[in-house]
Design a binder for this molecule. Structure first.
Ligand code: KG4
Ligand code: ZN
Length: 378
């Protein structure tokens, strides 16, 4: 019989006192199989990422069934490589952290089941980590310590949110997209223009050679005045511009026209302006001590530059993850897991994947918002 209290034994009690603490973390929420060994929550001994981009590219997006099959193939070699690179054995590991949600169910389950089996067989604690919280913790490396309250813009393929973090581990959602995530908008516009997958890095590359003033896209207005974001109108405006100007999508292997480069630059500017002006407005109102910009789209140099300029106007530090830690990785999951384990917020063997796991857990009356007609897709 599996004893659910097995992972709450003496090693967890001594967790806070052990030094150094080695965490093995696993991330498999979408299309990257990743494992990392992190010492004391902030020193990366190894971070291995096996990306499935090539597998999904012919389909123009992630195919969930292919993703989970690939995670199954890759999880063991990726964990082995993470241990070998860190030069540690499984028996040296003090605790496991794993992404519990949100994400694709089949993908998440591969990581969660593997992590639970490891924790059970090694008799060490395990923490289930929210993937979005993982992105927040991606700035825990290579940056000074975060001073709270902080304001964090988390901008990825599946999520676009701004959180007020009053103190470590406490999240109040103060802005979110009503429809598409920003990364999703990059991916959809790239698809529309025949540019391939994933769209963000391709659009950014073309935008370097484009004129951002070429098309003036309007900023979305949220009719109820909440400081939320919306990108589906922008996507429709790009489609209309393509149609009205008879822009031909790039054929496979073809060279993008100047018109497409200008469109890429104009679209990117519209997204960046929406994100940074919202962050700036909220920073004025909420007076944080630190700004954080993280998630896959945080790789974007135009976004980085605009956020840096806003932060300097506000007189605040802004922290970004390194490029390796911007997109999905397991080191950020280890850093978030370390926080939870230190606070005895561990899981037991009933831990399971949660595709709609939420982080916006303070200060929000969801029912009242719904009653007032405020609808969020994500
Ligand atoms: O965080 P991430 O790896 O996965 C999710 O949790 O969604 O983010 C992936 C997203 C994709 O939509 C991709 O197009 C976008 O991040 N992205 C970028 C850039 N690099 C990745 N978007 C804009 N500019 C980039 N350089
Ligand atoms: Zn992510």
């Amino acid at each position: 019989m599996i004893r659910n209290d097995r992972l709450t034994g003496p090693r967890l009690d001594s967790f806070g006192k052990l030094s150094p603490v080695l965490i093995l973390a696993i991330e498999s929420s979408c299309d990257e199989t990743a494992a990392a060994v992190v010492r004391d929550g902030h020193e990366i001994l190894s971070s291995i990422i096996s990306s499935q981009i090539d597998l999904h590219r012919p389909w123009g997006g992630v195919v969930p069934e292919l993703a989970s099959r690939e995670h199954l193939e890759k999880i063991e070699p990726v964990v082995d490589e993470a241990l070998a690179t860190a030069n540690v054995k499984l028996t040296d590991i003090d605790a496991i952290a794993v992404t519990q949600g949100p994400g694709l169910i089949g993908s998440l389950l591969v990581g969660v089941c593997y992590a639970k089996a490891l924790a059970y067989s090694l008799d060490i604690p395990i923490a289930g980590v929210n993937h979005i919280e993982g992105h927040v913790y991606s700035v825990a490396f290579d940056n000074p310590e975060i001073e709270y309250p902080a304001l964090a813009l988390i901008v990825s393929g599946g999520h676009t949110n701004i959180f007020r973090i009053a103190r470590e581990g406490s999240y109040e959602i103060v802005s979110r997209t009503r429809d598409d995530a920003a990364g999703e908008a990059f991916d959809k516009v790239a698809k529309m223009l025949g540019l391939g997958y994933p769209g963000g890095p391709i659009i950014e590359k073309l935008a370097f050679d484009g004129d951002a003033r070429h098309v003036k896209f309007p900023q979305a207005k949220i009719s109820d005045g909440r400081p939320d974001l919306s990108f589906s109108g922008l996507k429709t405006a790009v489609a209309r511009h393509v149609r009205e100007n008879e822009i031909v999508p790039v054929a496979e292997g073809g060279e993008p026209s100047q018109q497409i480069k200008d469109l890429a630059a104009s679209f990117q500017t519209a997204v960046v302006t929406a994100l940074v002006s919202t962050l700036e407005k909220l920073a004025h109102k909420l007076e944080p001590r630190t700004l954080i910009v993280a998630g896959g789209v945080a790789c974007n140099l135009a976004l980085k530059k605009a956020a840096e300029s806003a932060a300097s106007k506000l007189g605040l530090p802004v922290y970004f993850p390194t490029k390796h830690l911007s997109t999905d990785n397991a080191a950020m999951i280890a850093a978030a897991g370390y926080f939870h384990l230190r606070n005895k917020n561990h899981a037991d063997l009933t831990l399971t994947a949660d595709i709609s796991m939420r982080l916006q857990n303070t200060g929000i009356d969801e029912a009242a918002l719904k009653k007032g007609g405020v609808r969020y897709r994500l």
